[in-house]
Design a binder for this molecule. Structure first.
Ligand SMILES: CC(C)(COP(=O)(O)OP(=O)(O)OC[C@H]1O[C@@H](n2cnc3c(N)ncnc32)[C@H](O)[C@@H]1OP(=O)(O)O)[C@@H](O)C(=O)NCCC(=O)NCCS
Length: 251
């Protein structure tokens, strides 16, 4: 049940959250705790979640979801009351952040706007990410499924992460892949994700260079390539097939 000890714990967590904003938001360096509590939406959302989660754990009906809903209306940050959040979470800017029901977040984590800790479909049970301590997740990053993000990791803005990430990594791209682990580039034949071959682009470049060579040969024979292009059949693009079956969207 709710007791004095719960309130003392929630108050201590809130003090930590305000200090996290002062330490990790360059715009908050010289701002007092009162002003941060009054104005920072990320702090409001975490504060509301601390209360909603304590009520949820105490099995109070309805109220935790009401608090989460009002907080979402005010801040644009949606945190399920059941989500487990450690000390000193800082959500910078905030708008568009979604933290799902079975997500777990360790201590000293920083999230920017537009981060999703979501599920991949309609699975039940543990289906949201576990984010260990000291992780930073860049704006717009999507972390999907019951994956684990190792401590000290940085997730680049707009990454889409669907696999576990080792500790102390830097992960970027879609699909998200480590470009640094413990400060070093990962080694191995599949390690250079940033410069993967692009077969479609290579094929288009090959065709373009052959067309160029043909046009030059035609020009030498006195034929204007524009007359051949005008005579070629102009096909309409084929319509896209209509999607059928159940949508895989879900959170
Ligand atoms: C990923 C990030 C944390 C940088 O981490 P880092 O460990 O210092 O990594 P580096 O800057 O050395 O970049 C490592 C590689 O990833 C690439 N990279 C960095 N961020 C990237 C991103 N978001 N998407 C794709 N590639 C990215 C770099 O170009 C570099 O490539 P290279 O190895 O070919 O040179 C940072 O780029 C980032 O995305 N931060 C999010 C910040 C944010 O959301 N701010 C919002 C403020 S409102």
């Amino acid at each position: 049940m709710l007791g004095l000890r719960t309130f003392a714990r929630v108050a201590a967590e809130i003090r930590c959250d305000v200090r996290a904003a002062q330490e990790r938001d360059p715009a908050a360096r010289d701002v007092g705790s009162g002003e941060i509590l009054a104005v920072w939406p990320g702090v409001h959302a975490v504060l509301a979640h601390r209360v909603a989660h304590a009520l949820f754990e105490a099995r109070v009906p309805l109220l935790p979801r009401l608090i989460a809903g009002v907080s979402r209306q005010l801040t644009g940050i949606e945190i399920h009351p059941a989500a487990r959040i450690g000390r000193a979470l800082f959500i910078d800017h905030g708008m568009g952040v979604v933290i799902g029901e079975t997500a777990e977040i360790g201590d000293d984590v920083t999230l920017y706007q537009g981060v999703t800790l979501g599920g991949t479909g309609f699975a039940t049970g543990k289906r949201h990410p576990t984010v260990q301590d000291n992780v930073t997740i860049g704006s717009g990053a999507k972390l999907l499924g019951a994956i684990t993000i190792g401590h000290g990791t940085k997730i680049g803005a707009n990454s889409v992460v669907i696999h576990d990430v080792p500790p102390n990594s830097t992960v970027v791209g879609n699909p998200g892949h480590p470009v640094r682990v413990d400060g070093r580039k990962p080694e191995g034949p599949d390690a250079d994700w940033a410069h993967l071959p692009d077969p479609i682009s290579d094929a288009i470049k090959g065709l373009a260079s052959r067309i160029g060579a043909l046009e030059r040969a035609l020009a030498e024979l006195g034929v204007d390539p524009a007359t051949i292009a005008a005579a070629a059949p102009q096909d309409e693009p084929a319509p896209l097939p209509r999607a059928t079956g159940r949508s895989s969207a879900g959170g």
